[in-house]
Design a protein around this ligand. Structure first.
Ligand code: FAD
Length: 413
């Protein structure tokens, strides 16, 4: 009798991997062990529609809850894996039980960076990773509440936008000189600064948090290193995440800012795969290994690991992509801005619809940031994959359709 596949984690990557195993014809036992009480669900709505009260509980689920029984996938929820015994091919769970495996998939996601400053343990200082976190934030927000968001990254900005929709007064506190400093072009940062300011959000850049003030244990303000205090009833800290790779490292698997995997999502132990946020994975388009925190990455690696277990070829590598929704703005990013020599803005950011093309020294398209510009995003995913050379002048010319940009480059227009 086969011991089957054990998946550590029951998040986005884990749920997708279990489904892909069955789709691929895998008939052995599949068990997902997840620390959270919910079956696999989607995190993106937690900072968006869910926080605003615009999504139903079922909308969050990756698959209907009946799916797992139908596909004979065992869910062991509210259960944590404590250790991996690679020699015995066995994991130990926090309920004292042991699970044997033929293949193990590590899908433990990421853990939030902690802001270690005085007063950080006061009530009302919240973080957002899980459904339970989102519930706490939702309960704390409401008309007239003063929210301080520490961290001007995507999650912080999405929380800020949702909180404005709920009638809160919002201040975003960002240590760097601009919002989204590590992940977006200056054009995009400027756009989002103006967009949030236009919706009544106060934005403080170059502002470091020294600590939190509290009254009777409840947060009352965020104290900055320059002495300013931002009065607040609630603070949400969103300062990034790290790979949740401690279990893998303790089991002696190669880890370097994430569990190191190959193109099939296989770790340094051939019986063990790792997928999703917890991995450092090869990204062939950029000839680098990277840790990506995104749903498309989780889905792609889930399919890869499942295909490898089933002995089938995996899907073609995808160009990394990502999205964010804030107010009526849909940002879509295709590719990653490595080796960029030139940026070209197509459209006027003030119009609320534009795209930033990132070209290398030879004019090859490396990435596109598209704001309410779906055609540019859709085309860019293909062009980045194909290493398309883009004519900068034509990319900027909005009298041309998106298609005409490359027709021109190929000398057809
Ligand atoms: P997760 O979905 O985090 O799942 C990991 C699971 O493993 C967790 O449930 C965890 O509790 C469990 N676990 C960890 N250790 C153990 C253990 N020892 N035993 C058992 N279980 C364990 N991505 C986008 O592409 N677009 C977006 O707009 C977007 N918005 C986001 C908004 C928010 C608020 C958040 C938090 C994330 C967002 N993301 C977005 C990122 C995306 O959700 C993640 O990249 C994706 O969830 C990664 O899937 P995963 O399975 O690797 O990790």
């Amino acid at each position: 009798m086969t011991n089957g596949v054990v998946v550590i984690g029951a998040g986005h990557a884990a749920g997708a991997c279990a489904a892909a195993l069955r789709q691929g014809g895998y008939s052995g036992p599949v068990t997902l062990v997840g620390a959270e009480p919910l079956p696999p669900y989607q995190r993106p709505p937690l900072s968006k529609a869910w926080l605003k009260g615009e999504a139903k509980a079922d909308d969050l689920l990756l698959r209907p809850s009946t799916f797992y029984a139908e596909k004979t996938i065992t869910l062991k929820l509210s259960t944590r894996v404590l250790s991996i015994d690679r020699g015995a091919r066995r994991v130990m769970l926090d309920d004292g039980s042991l699970l044997d495996y033929d293949h193990l998939v590590i899908a433990t996601g990421s853990r939030l960076r902690v802001l270690e400053v005085p007063g950080a343990d006061s009530a009302g200082i919240l973080e957002l990773r899980s459904h339970a976190d989102a519930e706490r934030i939702k309960e704390a927000l409401g008309p007239g509440k003063c929210l301080a968001v520490v961290g001007g990254g995507y999650i912080g900005l999405e929380v800020a936008a949702s909180a404005r929709a709920l009638g809160c007064e919002v201040t975003v506190i960002e240590r760097e000189a601009r919002l989204l400093a590590r992940v977006a072009s200056e054009t995009l940062s400027d756009f989002f600064s103006r967009c949030h300011a236009g919706h009544g959000v106060s934005i403080l850049t170059g502002a470091s948090v020294a600590g939190f003030d509290a009254v009777a244990g409840q947060v009352s303000g965020v104290r900055l290193t320059d002495g300013r205090v931002i009065g607040s009833d609630v603070a949400v800290v969103g300062i990034g995440a790290l790979a949740e790779d401690a279990l893998a490292a303790a089991a002696g698997l190669e880890c370097r800012n994430g569990v190191v995997v190959d193109g099939d999502a296989r770790t340094s132990d051939p019986a063990i795969f790792a997928i999703g946020d917890c991995t450092l994975r090869p990204v062939p388009r950029y000839a680098r290994s990277l840790r990506l925190e995104s749903v498309p990455n989780a889905l792609e690696q889930a399919k890869r690991a499942a295909a490898a277990v089933c002995g089938k070829p995996g899907p073609k590598p995808e160009v990394p992509w990502f999205w964010s929704d804030q107010y009526d703005v849909r940002l879509q990013i295709a590719g990653l801005p490595f080796d960029v020599a030139r940026q070209v803005v197509r459209g006027d950011p003030a119009s609320g619809s534009f795209a930033v093309f990132h070209l290398d020294a030879s004019g090859v398209l490396q990435a596109v940031e598209a704001v309410n510009a779906a055609p540019e995003f859709v085309a860019a995913r293909q062009w980045v994959a194909a290493r398309q050379v883009i004519n900068a002048g034509r990319a900027a010319d909005i009298t041309l359709t998106v298609k005409q940009i490359v027709e021109a480059a190929a000398g057809k227009a």
